[in-house]
Design a protein around this ligand. Structure first.
Ligand code: FAD
Length: 475
């Protein structure tokens, strides 16, 4: 693929943007540029030339027409909670914030669908549907701030994927603006659709590189009436990982099956100033069961307790009130922030078939110790999705720089060898793109590049992401 060349945003282009979408939607002040120069990915900073905050799909189309005319790179942005640098404007240009498109357009109780704009905060949406007895189970730990549009672009997962699936499993239709400013629609309030290529699912997970999502159709399900949360401490790393397939094999499908090692718990205790039951255990499983029949859930909880005890659990703690469950969830949702507060770090989002989790964990620890690196692992054990946080701590800068890249390459090579891939839910974005050849062949990458070219022939939409950097490219 030819290397795209871009132009800078001039005062004349700013004026064109102001005329098209209104001066109040175009920001060039220092604070706004700084605010949109980073996301939640490590410590990377790339300043845009201008930030635009449109309020309609038509305004987005106007912006894209101007960007096409002047060959200005455009980086779509949701809430900026991404962990792979997807929203970073690595080539400068325009950051297109979707926070102005923040309406829940419809909750259709008859058909069990919702229609929303991309800037709706995930938790706000969850609460709105729960208020009418419905359920949107996709539950990223960042739900209090991330946007549904960002969730679609990254195909966000979270802890409930083991039973309910990830974002793509709930998206049935989309409206989006293409890089040349044309508006496309696909799907709708439809559970079935084989009308041509599935453009909806092509755009879901495309990390803002193909189109800007402006409207979303989401499938909903009835809200389960009851839930129980179990916290299970273990005295080894292997036992909980082995218990996971055993639980599934017993015919119980928990709504949550999370793994956390001791370091994750201890760091979070320090970060929050709170204590966690059995914090000294080597690892924990957090297991949630939900459904409409309380008796059935109780019996399933008992069965799960038997299985984990057979697999070496030191105890089974039951959280059966909203308050107790809320405390555990607050702790679990704080892991990411806690790791970040502890040290400079790099987070990997490995995913393997769930019965390979033990092999992955053992392998990660062995690779890290060979490179003298500390790792903190936690994640969605039910999905085989392990977040491997590699912490710098007090390692000298030079050693950190030399050790990190080969260690990540070994971890990813192991992941692929175990039948896995290098991102389960955080995406490739900017920080993982040079590892793509570990997971995809050149032929597969060429096919992806051809798809990108069909949507974005000038390469102006979110450039510098997803595809590995070639010899002649800087970014
Ligand atoms: C503490 C913490 C916990 C997290 N927990 C989870 C978790 O449990 N599960 C999980 O999956 N992720 C998790 N994440 C990662 C992150 O929250 C998700 O990737 C989320 O989906 C990003 O949404 P956002 O609105 O912040 O998007 P941004 O970070 O703003 O953008 C992410 C990508 O989406 C693109 N994009 C945004 N909006 C649009 C649009 N309308 N059209 C086209 N492209 C768009 C951007 O260009 C970028 O490539 C966590 C992050 C943090 C900081």
């Amino acid at each position: 693929m030819a290397v795209a060349t871009f132009n800078r945003v001039t005062p004349k282009i700013v004026e064109r943007l102001c005329n098209a979408v209104g001066g109040d939607c175009v920001l060039v002040d220092d604070d706004s540029l700084t605010l949109h120069a980073s996301d939640e990915t490590e410590d990377l900073v790339f300043r845009p030339d201008v930030v635009v905050v449109p309020k309609t799909a038509e305004a987005i189309a106007d912006i894209m027409r101007i960007a096409t005319e002047y060959r200005i790179p455009v980086t779509p942005r949701g809430a900026g909670t991404g962990l792979s640098g997807g929203a970073l404007p690595v080539h400068g240009g325009i950051v297109l914030s979707t926070k102005g498109l923040n309406r829940i357009l419809e909750i259709d109780r008859e058909n069990l669908f919702a229609v929303v704009e991309p800037g709706v905060i995930t938790q706000v949406f969850q609460e709105a549907v729960e208020a009418v007895g419905l359920f949107y189970p996709v539950d990223p730990a960042s739900r209090g701030s991330c946007f549904l549009g960002g969730n679609l672009a990254e195909c966000a997962g979270g802890p409930r994927a083991v039973k309910y699936g990830v974002t793509k499993d709930f998206v049935t239709g989309i409206e989006a603006v293409l890089p040349d400013g044309s508006l496309v629609r696909h799907g709708g309030k439809l559970l079935k659709n084989v009308t041509g290529y599935n453009l909806t699912q092509l755009i879901v997970g495309s990390e803002g590189t193909l189109a800007i999502i402006t409207k979303i159709y989401l499938r909903l399900i009835p809200l389960p009436k009851h839930r129980i949360l179990l916290l299970v401490p273990f005295n080894s790393l292997e036992e909980p990982a082995r218990a996971v397939p055993a639980i599934m094999h017993a015919g119980v499908v928990p709504s949550v099956l999370e793994f956390m090692e001791r370091d994750a718990v201890e760091i979070t205790e320090r970060h929050l100033g709170k204590s966690f039951p059995h914090a000294d255990a080597v690892a924990h499983l957090m297991i949630e069961l939900d459904g409409n029949d309380e008796g059935v859930i109780q019996r399933e909880a008992e069965r799960v307790a038997e299985i984990v005890l057979e697999h070496g659990a030191a105890d089974v703690l039951v959280a059966d009130t909203d308050a107790k469950m809320g405390e555990l969830w607050a702790m679990r949702r704080a892991f990411g922030a806690a790791v970040k507060s502890e040290s400079i770090y790099k987070e990997e989002d490995t995913v393997v078939p769930r019965n390979q989790l033990v092999a992955l964990l053992i392998g990660v620890k062995e690779i890290a110790s060979r490179y003298g690196l500390r790792t903190v692992c936690y994640g969605h054990a039910g999905d085989g999705n392990l977040h491997v946080n590699i912490l710098k701590m007090d390692m000298p800068e030079e050693r950190w720089k030399t050790a990190l890249d080969p260690a990540i390459r070994e971890i990813f090579a192991l992941t692929v060898k175990l039948g896995g891939l290098i991102s389960g839910e955080h995406g490739i974005g900017y920080v993982q793109k040079n590892y793509m050849p570990i997971a995809s062949t050149e032929q597969e990458l060429s096919l992806m590049r051809a798809i990108k070219h069909a949507f974005d022939p000038l390469g102006i939409l979110n450039p510098g992401k997803l595809f590995p950097t070639t010899e002649d490219q800087k970014l």
